[in-house]
Each structure stands twice: as C-alpha cells, then as structure tokens.
Design a protein around this ligand. Structure first.
Ligand SMILES: Nc1ncnc2c1ncn2[C@@H]1O[C@H](COP(=O)(O)OP(=O)(O)OP(=O)(O)O)[C@@H](O)[C@H]1O
Ligand SMILES: [Mg+2]
Length: 374
C-alpha cells in the first residue's frame, strides 16, 4: 500500500469513530475529494450533516469556504463584493478574496435555497471550474463542493441542473442501532486526533487515482446500465462518464491499482435520481456485483443472535448454552466458508463473507472464554 493512502485511511477511521452509522457517507466524501466531484447530503435537521462536512473539510489544508444560502442570498455573499475602485474605472469586477472562486473546498448549506441570481455562476463554477469576473474567465481551484439540505429541490425545472451536478448523493437519517445511540450520547465534543492532508498530497493522490486500471469493470457498468434501464432509472451520460473516476477513487481507497467489482458498489450512491429509487438501485447494484453478500449477511445475522443469546444466558445455563451456541457458530462458519468459495468460483467479491468469517471466529473465541471458561 502506498504511503499516499495512509492519511486518507487515517481520516476515514477518525471520522467513522466520531460519526455514527455514516461509513458510506464518509467514504463518499473522501472519494469525491479524490475524484474532484461534488456531494449532496439530504436529511432532516440534526442528523450531523454540517458537523460531518466540516470535520472532513477541516482536514484539508487549503482554503475553505462555507456559506448558508437563503432565497435572498446575493452574489456578493458567494462570489465577493464589486470593487469600488474598479467601478471608478468603469469595470464591474468582484473582489473574490475569501469567497468561493478562491476556495479549494466549499460547503454550501441549504443548497437548494440558491437564488436565481447565484445559480448560473454556481453551475459554471461546479462544472467548468471557471468564474467570470468582469468578462474574464478565471480558473477556480475548487476540488470539491459539498451541499446539504433538508429537502430535495422542489422546482426541478430551475434547480435540476444544480441537482445533476452533485455526482454523489446521500440521504442520511437518525441513528438506528441502540449501541450507536448510546455512543452518540457519550461522544466527545472535540475529537482527539485530526489527521490532515496538504493540497500537494491531495494532488498526488488524485494522480494516483487517475492511474487506477478500470478496464476490467467497464463491462459491468454496461450491464448495470441495462439493468437500471429495466427499472426506469436513467442516469445521464455525463454521470456515467464521471462514475469511472468515482470507481477509480474507491478502488484506490481499497488499496487496489486494478479496480474490481467490489469497488463499483459505491455507484449505488450515484445512479439514483429520485429518493424512492434508492433501494431499487442499491439492490440492482449489489445483486449484479456481489450476489452472495445477502446470503453472507443472513448467516452472520443468525450467528449474531445466537452469540448474544449465549452472553445473556444465566450463570447456571452458561455451559449448556455455550456448547450449543458454539456448535451453531461452527456451522455458520462452515456455511460462510462455502459462500466465500462460491463467490470466488463465480469471480464475485467475497470480502463481506470473509469479514463475516473473521467475526464469527471472534465470537466463537469469546464464547469459549466466557461461557465455557476455556
Ligand atoms: N450520526 C451522528 N454521529 C455523531 N454525532 C451526530 C450524529 N448525528 C447527529 N449528531 C450530533 O448532532 C449534532 C448536530 O448536528 P448538525 O448540526 O451537524 O446537524 P445537521 O444535519 O447539519 O442539521 P440541520 O439540517 O439542522 O443543519 C452534531 O454536532 C453531533 O453532535
Ligand atoms: Mg446543518
């Protein structure tokens, strides 16, 4: 593994520690940064969107621009005020210091409240990375723009182009697992470690990402497109083209120089357009790419139930329950090993089943120790 990856993986670990039930969103934010793309987070108030975005952005040592848009927002707020000196010389020039045109990383909260006075300039900024100042096209250093919103844009007619520019889309919700909820209540306000990445390292990483070989998975994208078309889900050609960069970045984060099918699963967060298509898209992606993951997950779920049951058994029953659960775990491990083999024989990703196997072995060891006192 190249040392370039080290800080990215460290940041991913740190963020996963501080932000509960957000592994996919965290991966997407890092992938977007590596692929120079934009991410939108949709979700109700208080789902930790702002904090997560800031925690990512602050780790990039560059110029960061953050703004909360309102329907009344003016171009001055985002692109800078008009220069008075310029006006005296009949020039209509903005002073963009500290504003979006000069930022490497940007976070626009309440993104879809964008007023029409800002919209067109924002569209060009996101897609072409240019800012027209007094008739001059100024290149922008923007690496990634993150948007957040409580709702989808209502007026797709007007805001559709903005929505389309967010290649990666996530809907976030309140935490589900009771254990995450407890962790949320106990979380520290200020995380202890904050690994940072310089712009120079980011550039080097982006170059390495571009060199990832995706030729082997391109046919898979063709199949995926056909599957999704059957469901009536059509992504624009621009999105498909840009998806390649997303797969490369995800592969790089996974330590691959040659992308495999598992690296493509991230596209479940790219290929939907309406939130009610999300589940169907995720299912289509996963069925095509890792058809055995669900089977592995079902075995793991059963094993977890048995393991929890053994831990909860009263003292006097621990021996019998422990023996029984030990047998259940052994059989689950055997079934998972079969899934690993089946996946490999079919040339499909087997990571989920492998991870499950490791987990079951750890549970088995714990049962031996706590229930059977071995
Ligand atoms: N999944 C989570 N993991 C860790 N902390 C969380 C999570 N969800 C919410 N929080 C906590 O909630 C706080 C408030 O979240 P934040 O203000 O970022 O929400 P938001 O989604 O941006 O809300 P709004 O839509 O109102 O702007 C965070 O600082 C954090 O302490
Ligand atoms: Mg917020």
């Amino acid at each position: 593994m190249s040392t370039l990856q080290t800080p990215f993986l460290a940041i991913e670990r740190e963020l996963n520690h501080d932000h509960l039930e957000r592994p996919d969103v965290i991966r997407s934010l890092l992938v977007a940064l590596l692929a120079r793309q934009h991410v939108i987070l949709l979700g109700p108030p208080g789902t930790g969107k702002s904090r997560l975005v800031r925690d990512v952005c602050q780790r990039i040592v560059g110029r960061f621009f953050e703004w909360q848009l309102t329907r009344m927002s003016t171009p001055e707020e985002i692109f800078g005020p008009i220069s008075l000196q310029g006006l005296q010389q009949d020039r209509y020039r903005r002073i963009a210091t500290g504003k979006l045109p000069e930022a490497e990383i940007a976070y626009l909260d309440e993104t879809f409240k964008t007023s029409s006075a800002i919209l067109n300039t924002l569209l060009a900024a996101m897609n072409e990375r240019v800012f027209f100042n007094d008739g001059q096209a100024i290149p922008m250093p923007l690496e990634m723009l993150v948007g957040a919103s409580n709702e989808l844009p209502e007026d797709r007619e007007e805001l559709g182009a903005l929505w389309d520019r967010f290649l990666i889309r996530h809907v976030v919700d309140y935490v589900k697992d009771p254990a995450s909820f407890t962790a949320l209540l106990q979380a520290q306000a200020h995380p202890a470690t904050q690994t940072t990445i310089t712009l120079q390292d980011l550039k080097a990483a982006q170059q390495a990402v571009e060199a990832v070989d995706v030729s082997g998975v391109l046919p898979l994208l063709g199949q995926l497109r056909a599957e999704l078309a059957k469901l009536g889900v059509i992504a624009s050609d621009r999105r498909w083209r840009q998806s390649v960069g997303i797969v490369q970045a995800n592969a790089w984060m996974n330590g691959h120089t040659v992308a495999d099918a598992g690296d493509v699963t991230i596209l479940q967060h790219v290929l939907w357009d309406e939130p009610d298509q999300r589940l169907a898209v995720a299912k289509a992606v996963l069925t095509l790419i890792s058809p055995f993951d669900q089977e592995a997950q079902d075995i793991l779920d059963d094993a977890k139930d048995a393991y929890l049951q053994a831990l909860a058994a009263p003292e006097e029953d621990q021996m019998t329950t422990g023996l029984e659960v030990n047998k259940t775990l052994k059989s689950a491990a055997k079934r998972l090993a079969e899934v690993v083999k089946k996946s490999e024989d079919a040339g499909k990703p087997s990571q989920r089943a492998r991870d499950g196997l490791t987990q079951i072995q750890a549970w088995g060891d714990e049962i031996l120790k706590t229930c059977l006192k071995v």
